[in-house]
Design a protein around this ligand. Sequence first.
Ligand code: 13P
Length: 293
Amino acid sequence: MSVSRLVNVKQMVDKARMGKYAIAHINTNNLEWVKSILDAAQSTNSPIIIGVSEGAVKYQCGFKNVVDMVNNVMEFMNITVPVALHLDHGSYDGAIKALEAGFSSVMFDGSHYPFDENVKKTKEIIELAKKYNASVEAEVGSIGGEEDGVIGEGELANVEECKVMSTLGIEMLAAGIGNIHGIYPQNWKGLNFKVLENIACSTNSIPLVLHGGTGIPEDQIKKAISLGISKINVNTECQLAFASATRKYIEDKEDLNTAKKGFDPRKLLKPGAEAIKKTIIEKMTLFGSLGKA
Ligand code: 13P
């Protein structure tokens, strides 16, 4: 078995925090995603974090398959920029399995546990991650914002809890500042910069993570980065770009063009894969990580 080409996130997020830009964390779903993510990063000389949820791990036939696939594709494509393979919103057991399989970074999301238990479990994951030279992202509990059954504000983290969590030895901290996964509702109030400022002041310059990167206005992304956000997670936006390009291919009846073999999956999936790459490059341009490899 060949040596892993993956790196942990420490150096890339620390440099980003100091240089006031953010590293793109792009969730992957399959081989097309892996190729598009790596292509986007290499062609722009940018460091990249490939995020995988436990659901996407299962879909891709397990942790080992994901690790091997990313390493093999990196070797095949001659990827030289720093690439981290990161478990997104990992459970305690999932984080252990990911580390054992060769993920170079894990998020242990203990935000739904009582805070003491979240701290205890996060410490255990940190100890294990050290053995593998892997990095750890933690998340603190949050206060939901709901109005008339519609979540208009997203969650806001408890600053004191962020402070404690930041001292445990994690490489980065995810904390709710009004962000939400998926498409933002019409009545969304935007990111809460007061909370972000308070978290940044209390957590000794630890790189902060912004989840729910899809659909946040550009000025808010830039302001969040200026206040300490060093990693931004994007998933839905790539899925929408992929679906829309694939829809166009089908609506244009390209798949029915038998002379061109438009039904060949390598052709059918190509516009979607190109749309993912384009979206990622747009994100990295906005986050300021181009050329920072
Ligand atoms: P979006 O799907 O909203 O981009 O969020 C992705 C994310 O935060 C993954 O952890």
